[in-house]
Design a binder for this molecule. Sequence first.
Ligand code: PLP
Ligand code: COI
Length: 348
Amino acid sequence: MKNIDWSKLGFHYTEPDYIVRAACHNGVWEEPYATQDKYIHLHVSATCLQYGQEAFEGLKAFRGVDGKIRLFRWRENARRMARSAEGLYMTPVPEELFGKAIRLALTKNMDFVPPYETRATLYFRPLLIGTTPRLGVGPGRDFEFIVIPSPIGPYYPGKFHCTTFVVNRHVDRAAPFGTGQFKVGGNYAASFRATEPAHAQGMDCLFLDAKYHRYIDECSAANFIGIKKPTPPLPEGKEVIEYLTPRSSAILPSITNDSLMTLARERGYKVTRRHIRLEELAEMSEAAACGTACVISPIDKVVDPDTNRIYTLGTEPGPVLSELYHALRDIQFGRSPDTHNWTEIIDN
Ligand code: PLP
Ligand code: COI
């Protein structure tokens, strides 16, 4: 195992030994291969540079309590990357090639899988770029698929602690029929004007729908979840706790959110996906950002500078989201049975 201070890792790049690459020309994918070379020889007019023809993914491998290494729901990432590719007129990476590349990136970097006790994980950043030189505006026909592994710690500092979010009606992340549903670099670059000032104040951004600025869309790199308790409170045992998450054509379909919705339904919670007005935060007992990188990151406050309103959601992670957090982590780290076949064990 590498000599890394695993417990001090944040969400930062640590250079792995190998990355994995595969090229595609005129619709035909070549076999993926591992290389120590972290640089690419790219034409200055490549469509990824000129016109942002680029998509990426994020998934993790976990060293479990039994020492086994588990990949979490990689097929979902492969399918989402194929949808992003189609959204940007790129040739999708075949699912089996995607899986092969991830497994190769893992087996060539086994020493970078963090020890179980540290809670750090090996993150994979699959990247798909257009490499055809082109000046005329349009898509290319050549692509490169790259898998970059890196051990990472928590996205937000601390183990499972609260973060404050701020809304911004002056910067939109993604339009209703734009590329928000795809995981493409342009969405993230477009959000920097909002996220950088928020980060400078120790907060992150909660984006509203771009048409009305009325409904919650998602966080800058994660979906939004709110927990609603019935009002007035029903007698003990009759309470229906509601797991609420936005329905929007401008947000990324999160694999973590999908997993949590399944776990929430299993626990008898009502799961609702619909437009959520910002003001409804006042009726929520808990809220969080959820995603591969941030898992579940509870939200303590949402600040609305335009109305001077602050929605307070509690200074500690709440009971419902804590329960779901532990249920998900238990599956990922092999502490509870994987009844949904979400993990693939990789021999080490
Ligand atoms: N929304 C955005 C904008 C993201 O960047 C991410 C991270 O991948 C998510 C949601 C969460 O998706 P997932 O749970 O599949 O990682
Ligand atoms: C992830 O959660 O995997 C992401 O890709 C979000 C962000 C770090 C871009």
